[in-house]
Design a protein around this ligand. Structure first.
Ligand code: ANZ
Length: 802
């Protein structure tokens, strides 16, 4: 074979791409239980028309390295890929062009697959799933039906995030700072009959589960905060002069003596009943103004507090104090009970409100300066009757017992997490498989009616909140058992299909179940899941919820699907800014594969810095990596270097390199592993010979990052008939880790007489015998008696003799 000093990456990469595909090298036999399993998962991409981003390539390379290493370590590895293919990108394309989104989506999928193959990822394409495939969403619909039957999928009236511009309802995690995550359009709150998933029912389990999984602490914290568990009390306040009462939720029942007013959220059902005539006008106009505000605007702590008085008073049960009832948008209808007792002396928001509207402030805890600001710390209770002199914990306990004994409330836990809004007034999503019957009941479709396929329509736009499927008259009007009904016309949110795709990969063609039980038992949980930190809530919480539910149903064997999770950082443009078309700093992976090769792109992305850090693209860095690849290439192709003999000087470094690279890969610390390999390559150049056994071992270490040219060397230079992908992972020799040689100085009576090569870390006893073999030293010892030996480890031995 003719070899060149620089490798022809285009030719080589094409050769091995075809070889792997033709020989089905990476097909996983999921039924082979003879080896230990390793399931490594990537967050699958949205099928946007833009194709792969270098950020995708970063994360996918990281998992590919693990997948390849684990395979070489003897695991049966499952490393699948699929596509999140319902949702906005295709929907918007359809609206713009009037064409059905399916064609566009499938074209994008094809493009993604070509790109992923071009980059050499070892995906088993026979396991591919995509969420808009009826054979897949049949099971998304089936899961929905189970959850509907179990009361977790509900059709209820509730306040929702409504985006007038997108004409649809959004989930809380799709709203950022009061704007839609996609497009940045304003979002308002309004009441609507909605399909929701009762994720709060799983709040405690989702909190508990966090304890057992190996996830980044920051991600666990984000989920904890999102679930937002607060322990406190519900306290009943009676409305003065009326046969009405309301509950407040408080985490500080110990401050009950300091209540000077109450606040109902503007949407609280009691507001209209208690508002007295003189205040009706201002209350109504305030309510209207609030409905146009987003939750973010309402709860911002520093914003100017607003509110109006209802004209009614409440009675504080603990001291019968009569306190005014206000309404204000800083109290949310969806949290706790939608009503609060205000303690301005010890709560900042209440303090600002009281100051603005000139309401009383009664301190009940000593500390701070009540004239200047709320005191939120601890201290002795004052003005608090039977609570005075207690500590906080006891005070809380005492108040709660008092409330319970007197029928004025009880201990209560509240959660911030809300129902997951599970319907969109859009076309490109899974149809919700239920029928609204004439008598008001809701019927779920029978399993043999699934999948309920999305019908073809002409107009994909949402108009005035009406779902596009509302126009599919023929499709939506049905008769079940002789009774008329109308199909649900909203579709599921994008996060539906992505909440369980990792289960389907295990058994993608199963026609009877979402996946076979035996296979699920064997392959779950996922050993490593990698993706961006932007999914910390949303997807990562929804899929834990579904998996916990499926565990309860006895379908999956584990509560937590993702045993270990890691995030990749963002690849920024060379100007240190987020890559975007408008900034002109986008790097297209296709271009780099053309100019530098897939191996170089992969190696560069892994060398840029720690995997989870944000890193800026730098062409110099990429060029340097390309040079390194050529340097490695030359080590193998310049035939005079490869030798059958061993090299003592490389022994220690080689073993250290195997150890460090193996351990670093395991930790996903790829940049440090690569540094070590660079050190090794430099040392080989210095020695000018490359012992073949080290050359083969090193090739295996590098193969997971650079699969193409290492395969070329393996099969073409070493003339192997099979792929390198299933070769054994190199082992290191513990004994050789420390050994290397040092120049040991030998002194006799403080005078240097000889310098000899000897292994480092040689024991003192052995040193003494080695030294006596030195002829030069021996000469000076003749006829003398050794009295003492002084040893400076790895440096010097001094023999004192007379
Ligand atoms: C009296 C009080 C006194 C409160 C005090 C705090 C400090 P977390 O910890 O986030 O759960 N609250 C209750 N429901 C609310 C709602 N729907 N909208 C806005 N605020 C609400 O917060 C619990 C506290 O937030 C509750 O305890 C209540 O104010 C307020 F010194 O009650 B507290």
């Amino acid at each position: 074979m003719k070899t060149k000093n620089t490798l022809d990456h285009q030719k080589i990469e094409k050769r091995w791409r075809l070889f792997w595909e033709k020989n089905k090298v990476f097909k996983t036999n999921t039924r082979d239980f003879s080896k230990p399993k390793y399931y490594v998962l990537d967050m699958f991409p949205y099928t946007s028309g833009e194709g792969l981003h270098v950020g995708h390539v970063e994360g996918y390379t990281a998992t590919d390295i693990i997948s390849r290493m684990k395979r070489m370590q003897g695991y049966n590895v499952l490393h699948p890929m699929g596509f999140d293919s319902f949702g906005l990108p295709s929907e918007q394309y359809a609206i713009k062009t009037g064409k059905h989104p399916e064609g566009f989506t499938l074209k994008n999928i094809k493009n993604f697959i070509t790109q992923l193959k071009m980059l050499g990822f070892d995906y088993d394409w026979s396991k591919q799933v995509y969420t808009c495939d009826p054979n897949y969403y049949k099971w998304t619909q089936w899961i929905f039906i189970q959850m509907f039957k179990d009361g977790l999928a509900k059709y209820i009236d509730m306040p929702v995030n409504w985006c007038p511009r997108l004409g649809t309802v959004l989930a809380n995690d799709e709203v950022i700072n009061g704007k839609s995550e996609r497009g940045g359009h304003p979002v308002i709150r309004k009441n609507m009959k909605q399909w929701v998933m009762d994720i709060p029912a799983y709040a405690d389990r989702l909190l508990e589960g966090l304890k057992s999984i190996d996830w980044p602490e920051s991600t666990k914290k984000t989920q904890k905060k999102w679930i937002g568990k607060s322990v406190g009390a519900n306290i009943i306040f009676k409305v003065d002069g009326k046969k009405l009462s309301f509950d407040v939720f408080t985490t500080r029942p110990d401050t009950l003596f300091g209540v000077t007013y109450c606040v109902l959220s503007p949407e609280h059902p009691l507001v209209n009943k208690i508002t007295t005539t003189p205040y009706q006008k201002q209350v109504q106009s305030y309510q209207k103004a609030c409905s146009l505000k987003s939750e973010f605007e309402r709860t911002e702590i520093n914003k100017n507090k607003t509110g109006v008085f209802t004209g009614s008073y409440a009675i504080n049960p603990i001291n019968n104090r009569r306190v005014p009832i206000w309404i204000s948008d800083y109290v949310l209808v969806t949290y706790g009970t939608g009503a609060i007792m205000a303690v301005p002396a010890h709560d900042e928001r209440d303090y600002q409100f009281a100051k603005k509207f000139n309401l009383d402030i009664i301190p009940v805890i000593k500390g701070g300066n009540p004239k200047k600001q709320a005191y939120t710390g601890e201290g002795a209770y004052i003005n608090s009757g039977f609570l005075n002199d207690l500590d906080k914990k006891t005070a809380i306990k005492k108040v709660i017992s008092w409330l319970e004994e007197n029928g004025f409330g009880s201990k209560q836990t509240s959660y911030k997490i809300r129902e997951w809004i599970f319907a969109r007034q859009r076309y490109w999503g899974e149809p919700i498989p239920v029928v609204h019957m004439e008598d008001g009941s809701i019927k779920a479709l029978k399993k043999d009616r699934l999948p309920l396929v999305l019908p073809n329509i002409k107009d994909y736009k949402t108009k005035n909140g009406q779902a596009p499927l509302d126009n599919a008259t023929k499709w939506k009007n049905v008769v079940i058992d002789g009774k008329k009904g109308v199909r649900e016309t909203s579709t599921m949110p994008g996060s539906a299909g992505s909440s369980w795709y990792f289960l389907r990969y295990i058994d993608p063609n199963n026609k009877k179940q979402l996946a076979g039980k035996k296979l699920l038992n064997h392959w779950l949980p996922i050993d490593l899941y990698l993706g961006g930190p932007e999914h910390s809530v949303g997807h990562l919480l929804y899929s834990r919820f579904w998996n916990n539910y499926l565990f309860d149903k006895g379908i999956v064997p584990v509560k937590e699907p993702f045993k270990k999770l890691r995030h990749q950082g963002m690849i920024l443009g060379s100007n240190n800014e987020k890559m975007s078309k408008s900034k002109g700093n986008v790097i297209n992976p296709n271009d780099i594969v053309n100019t530098h090769g897939a191996d170089a792109l992969r190696l560069y992305l892994m060398f840029m810095g720690p995997l989870d850090a944000d890193k800026a693209w730098n062409i110099e860095g990429l060029n340097g990596i390309k040079k390194f690849i050529d340097r490695v290439w030359r080590l193998y192709v310049e035939e005079n270097k490869l030798k059958n003999e061993n090299n003592q000087n490389l022994e220690k470094l080689y073993n250290q390199t195997v150890k460090k690279v193996t351990e670093d890969y395991e930790k996903l610390s790829f940049n440090t592993a690569i540094s070590q390999m660079m050190i090794f390559v430099n040392a080989v150049y210095k020695e000018n010979i490359f012992p073949k056994n080290y050359a083969k071992g090193f090739l295996r270490l590098l193969n997971p990052i650079c699969p193409f040219f290492t395969e070329e060397i393996w099969q073409k230079i070493f003339k192997k008939k099979k792929t390198i992908a299933y070769e054994k992972w190199p082992k290191y020799d513990k004994d050789k880790l420390k050994r290397g040689s040092i120049d040991l100085i030998i002194q006799v009576n403080n005078k240097t007489r000889d310098v000899i090569k000897c292994p480092t870390e040689t024991s003192n006893k052995k040193l003494k015998t080695i030294v006596l073999q030195s002829k030069k030293a021996k000469k000076h010892l003749e006829g003398k008696k050794i009295e003492k030996t002084i040893i400076v480890p790895n440096k010097l031995i001094n023999i004192i003799a007379k």
